[in-house]
Design a binder for this molecule. Structure first.
Ligand code: KIV
Length: 283
């Protein structure tokens, strides 16, 4: 069941209406379909795919080609949610011109509705230029995984007043640059609330407490499909990994026992045809 396509206007309106926004990640067609059916507002094809789908240590190795490939698949499944394409590391960091070209590629070749990129004050001119080129941008501040090593690892951000003030400045810079919304990752809950109040565009939190305008989680974390590490801010709503492993083990056992495939999983051939075949292949 799909409804009317969600637009950036709807996303901005949600904040005015005090309606919480719901966002999840997806990296392929079946998960795009399931997110659509679950009725979420926004689906992010995140560069977290580097870790949860490709088995990399982080997001740095993800390329434009990887992103376009995965965005295309998700878009085919998502008729209603707004689809966000994540700009991978170094696709927007070298020049504003390259950032516009790559944002355009995610939309034109991938088919996403909007793009997301990491960074605050320093990336405001880039965001402004992409928005002026006609591409809606979602910002991402606080803990920015692509530059986590420069931030001292995957750590909570904005813990002291000065660091917190810098994140508020980042949020304001994103709004001024024309971003339609932003993600704020891994900050103290009171700072999440301060930021949501400081700007008029929706602030979607991941590890930013309850008092922001919406929440995003990496789907593979939330369903227990990826459990190499589970951040404190993740709630596991199910444990799908053991279910899948059990199914594979049961299949393995039945193949070994010769109980699969049974007749109901097999195609039949008439006795006459079989006899005719026997004659034809006789030596
Ligand atoms: O890539 C991603 O999945 C993200 C989320 C952590 C918001 O950026």
């Amino acid at each position: 069941m799909t409804g009317k396509k969600i637009t950036i206007h709807d996303i901005k309106q949600a904040k005015k209406d005090h309606r919480k926004l719901v966002m999840v990640t997806a990296y392929d067609y079946p998960f795009g379909l399931m997110a659509d059916e679950a009725g979420v507002d926004i689906v992010l094809v995140g560069d977290s795919l580097g870790m949860v789908v490709m088995g990399l240590e982080g997001t740095v190795g993800v390329t434009m080609e990887h992103m376009i490939h995965h965005i295309k698949a998700v878009v085919r499944g998502c008729k209603t949610p707004l689809v966000v394409g994540d700009m991978p590391f170094m696709s927007y960091n070298t020049s504003v011109r390259e950032a516009i070209i790559n944002a355009g590629r995610l939309m034109k070749e991938g088919g996403c509705d909007v793009v997301k990129l990491e960074g605050g004050v320093d990336f405001a001119p880039t965001i402004e230029a992409i928005v002026k080129a006609g591409i809606p941008v979602q910002g991402h501040i606080g803990l920015t995984p692509q530059t986590a090593s420069a931030l001292g690892g995957f750590k909570i951000q904005g813990k002291d007043a000065l660091a917190a003030k810098r994140i508020v400045d980042d949020a304001r810079a994103l709004e001024d640059a024309g971003a339609f919304s932003m993600i704020i990752e891994a900050v103290p809950a009171p700072l999440g609330e301060v930021i949501a109040e400081a700007v008029n565009i929706p602030v979607i939190g991941i590890g930013a407490g309850p008092n922001v305008d919406g929440q995003v989680l990496v789907t593979h974390d939330m369903i227990g499909l990826f459990d190499k590490f589970v951040p404190k801010f993740v709630k596991q709503y199910t444990q799908i990994r053991p279910t899948i492993i059990d199914a594979m083990k049961a299949y393995k056992q039945e193949v070994i026992n010769k109980t699969f495939p049974a007749w109901e999983h097999s195609f039949n051939m008439s006795d006459e045809t079989l006899a005719e075949l026997g004659k034809m292949i006789q030596k």
